[in-house]
Design a protein around this ligand. Sequence first.
Ligand code: 13P
Ligand code: SF4
Length: 332
Amino acid sequence: MQFTNEELTQKINELKNKLDVTVVAHFYQRDEVFDIGDITGDSLELATRTRDDDSEFVLFCGVGFMGQSVKVLSPDKRVVMPKIACCAMAKMIDGLYFDESVAFMEKNGISKENILPITYINSNADVKAKVGEMGGLVCTSSNAKFIITEALKEGKKILFVPDRCLGQNIANQMGLKSMVIGDGGDPKENDIICYDGFCSVHQLFSLDDIAFYRKKFPGILIAVHPECDPEICDASDFVGSTSQLIKYIKELPLDQKIAVGTEFNMVNRLREKNTYILSSTKPECPTMNETTLEDVYLTLKAIDDGEPINEIHIDEKTQKWAKIALERMLAL
Ligand code: 13P
Ligand code: SF4
């Protein structure tokens, strides 16, 4: 039977009132799904605020690594996802590719003891566990600069996975030297050695798009997410995580025009006027967009029926080391 969004929202709210469940939604979710979130935020806020929440069930509307991070930090919570949607960037690396990256650095004269791995939170639990086991930690787009600053105090080479853009952007901001594995660079000559992963959604923004908007609306500001290419970030007026972008844009005078380089759903609900998507295409994250209200309803109904679906389970060893990597970040 087909329900309208209004009917689904009503059914969802009834089940939310009945069950011991918290609905969590990332900014990139479709509007109607975002609106039923009890906790919303960027990756860091979702991980910490959900950890501090005491419901038995967490229904996570986002991508796999985000739900996993909640489970890793709070193993006693039951985390379910309306869709098992995997971030394309997180899929670009697994434990094996991580080991190969370490081996590449060793082959180039850097011993394992002198490597400090940092993984962007956009990675699966197995990669976080590898990083944790090697003494490394996690960062998010909102704290990457701070985490790297702290990590450098250990005097080691940073192996940064999986997002080459975030790694290079932070290196540029800090005046550090960076390379991407496979670009022919020498790890000994660089401070941050980046894995060659990227977000296909944030690759959609180009210098031509920036030139187009600057010409069309003189005085316009350009704000982008640090998953964009370094040349895009360098040519922009502001670079920040989803929460940082929202704060920056909401504080602008209403008549200040801005073009934003990040996911469509978030940008679209920011301001009524004077806000543009920095791309001639529609930059939607395909997996974030997979979750529908109907999925949320069916997942809640499954909890109510006593047979939860799409529950996240993580093996003990992965759980232990991934938690250590995440907690090292939170401790800082
Ligand atoms: P934020 O941590 O900025 O929310 O980013 C998550 C993400 O996947 C951006 O593409
Ligand atoms: Fe992953 Fe990119 Fe989607 Fe963010 S926008 S969840 S990095 S694929």
